[in-house]
Write a protein that binds this ligand. Structure first.
Ligand code: PEP
Ligand code: MN
Length: 352
């Protein structure tokens, strides 16, 4: 088992990594087409993913294709289009470097350099990419063990790079229904052992768009720092990975399911109503659990001879919540929690 390759904590890395925003508490969402295909395609995708709440634009200009006859990417023209998309949207750009001879060129345009699965053990490329001074996203090899994956990160770190992002994208197994098998257990272990942020790529893992929402939810529940999702304006016409790319509407609904869709992106009264209904359902469930806890604490206070009403405790609760009120005014926080604590007191009095 490889040892710890980085002593960095998420607290220390916050704010770095090419502006991706790790450590903010919100997952990093890299989204965009598998390949940059045209100006219209990449600009429309960049604006669509940005509006839906993505935090980075991911697109390939140099593509590692199984057949040399398949579309190989637009090369430098694609990099220029990515830079224009960044200028228009403000999204940092993540793109793959396939070959050491392109490294300087790709580094001029990219905020994060991606090393693809097929190059995970291209040790000379790993050493070179580690010297560039930009964050590197290292995708797990098609059949790499944890130890091999972490060993590869050490080559990048040896070049001076401290900003390595690991990306689990599924491994080869006997299963053929999916393109690869998403290996969340090793993603969790890689994060724990290396201390580096881990991104999950359900698009290449599943190879089919129908599984992406559930796998994305599972990845975030398992503690992944973010997702990489392939998004294309017309997936069925994509020049690469047509079966796994989401269209704009499907990406938006994925972001809504993950509760990452910015509220400002909701365009209709009905849309806002359904968001409010969803939030109310969640709040009701939480309030019911809070009242259960109140009932129980009422019993425990009675057993311990304590008074139900503890004004100091209520004051502390309010102070803590007002201090962390995310965009809510102190008056709003007080009004809501005074009502909640009033109910809680009545529940405790009945329980005691
Ligand atoms: C990609 O991210 O575009 C890609 C080719 O993925 P992988 O290297 O994981 O196959
Ligand atoms: Mn792809």
């Amino acid at each position: 088992m490889a040892g710890k390759v980085s002593a960095m904590t998420m607290h220390e890395v916050a704010g770095s990594f090419g502006g991706l925003g790790f450590g903010s508490g919100r997952p990093v969402i890299m989204a965009g087409p598998c390949s940059v295909e045209s100006e219209e395609q990449i600009l429309s995708a960049a604006h669509a993913v940005k509006a839906a709440g993505a935090t980075a634009l991911r697109g390939g200009a140099f593509k590692p294709r199984t057949s040399p006859k398949a579309f190989q990417g637009l090369g430098e023209a694609g990099l220029k289009l990515l830079a224009e998309a960044r200028r228009q949207t403000g999204l940092p750009v993540v793109t793959e470097v396939m070959d050491g001879s392109h490294l300087d060129l790709v580094a001029q345009y990219a905020d994060v350099l991606q090393i693809g699965s097929r190059n995970m053990q291209n040790f000379s490329l790993l050493k070179e990419v580690g010297r560039v001074g930009k964050p590197v996203m290292l995708k797990r090899g098609l059949s790499a063990t944890l130890q091999e994956w972490l060993g590869a990160t050490e080559y990048i770190v040896a070049g001076g790079c401290r900003e390595v992002i690991l990306c689990e994208r599924g491994i080869r197994t006997f299963e053929t229904y999916t393109r690869n098998t998403l290996d969340l257990s090793i993603a969790v272990a890689a994060k724990e052992i290396s201390g580096f942020p881990v991104i999950i790529d359900p698009s290449h893992a599943a190879g089919r768009r129908d599984l992406i929402p559930a796998l994305s939810e599972a990845a975030l529940a398992a503690g992944a720092d973010g997702l990489m999702i392939e998004v294309h304006p017309k997936p069925e016409a994509a020049l690469s990975d047509a079966d796994q790319q989401l269209n704009f509407e499907a990406f938006r609904s994925l972001m809504s399911r993950l509760q990452l869709l910015p509220v400002a992106a909701i365009e209709t009264v009905e849309g806002c109503r359904s968001e409010i209904d969803r939030i109310d359902d969640q709040m009701l469930e939480l309030l019911a659990r809070r009242m259960q806890a109140a009932r129980r604490i009422g019993e425990l206070k009675e057993q311990n001879g304590m008074a139900t009403y503890q004004p100091d405790r209520e004051r502390l609760i309010l102070e803590r919540l007002v201090a962390s009120a995310q965009g809510l005014g102190p008056g709003e926080v007080r009004a809501v929690w005074e009502a909640i604590m009033g109910c809680s007191r009545r529940v405790q009095e009945r329980a005691g």
